[in-house]
Write a protein that binds this ligand. Structure first.
Ligand code: ATP
Ligand code: MG
Length: 202
């Protein structure tokens, strides 16, 4: 049987090999650029991850913009925190969920008026991070023209990061993104009858 010192020596050797591999990969990553990060999928954690990156960015003193394309029923903690922050410009679409408004024309008008704020942020080189929360639905429902969205994203300042959230991200968004995470729904408390919880859900 392997002694504990043999086991430790084997572990050390394996970790050395791993470190060499990781160091090589770190040394090979030399590019700095503005990223498009897409957070999609049916699981919980898309918007909260996006606002986590916003918190990091604000922590570093970066100027940021947020555009929320769907206004929920609840006053979100992220809005309460960041809309009052001097580094953050925060816009929220003034309609609720599309199944609540049930008015396609009004939704389209609201989406386009809200998109105008996103376009202005995507043209502003002083804004280093743009968060487009729940944008994917605007493309799925056809409220915004995909060409117009793709054009604004591709023509933005080269060092500007964009974070996009929402289920069923359009293939064109996935195509132009640098980082895409598909959040899987393994389990959600809501399905066990638990209502939305302050701090965790909104
Ligand atoms: P979060 O803002 O919590 O990161 P999300 O952005 O991934 O969630 P959305 O589809 O935008 O998810 O939904 C927002 C709200 O719906 C949150 O209150 C969240 O807890 C809840 N939610 C997210 N995923 C699920 C799910 N699979 N089943 C039920 N409720 C969910
Ligand atoms: Mg969300």
């Amino acid at each position: 049987m392997e002694s504990s010192s043999e086991r430790n020596a084997r572990h050390k050797k394996a970790m050395q090999r791993k470190k060499e591999h990781v160091d090589q990969r770190i040394a090979a990553a030399t590019v700095d650029k503005g990223l498009v990060v897409v957070l999609t999928g049916n699981g919980k954690g898309k918007s909260s991850s996006a606002f986590g990156m916003l918190a990091r960015s604000v922590g570093h003193g970066l100027r940021c913009g947020v555009v929320q394309f769907i206004k929920g029923q609840w006053e979100c903690g992220e809005h309460l925190l960041f809309s009052a922050h001097p580094l953050v410009e925060f816009h929220v679409m003034n309609t609720g969920f599309t199944w609540e408004t049930q008015d396609r024309e009004a939704d389209i008008q609201a989406a386009q008026a809200t998109w105008a704020h996103a376009e202005a942020l995507l043209k502003n080189p002083d804004i280093k991070v743009v968060l487009l929360d729940e944008l994917t639905y605007m493309l799925t429902y056809g409220y915004l023209d995909a060409d117009r969205v793709v054009q604004a994203l591709t023509e933005r300042p080269a060092d500007q990061h964009v974070i996009i959230t929402g289920r069923n991200a359009n293939d064109r968004l996935i195509g132009l993104a640098d980082t895409v995470s598909d959040v899987t729904d393994v389990k959600h408390a809501f399905n066990a009858g638990v209502r939305v919880q302050k701090g965790i859900d909104y």
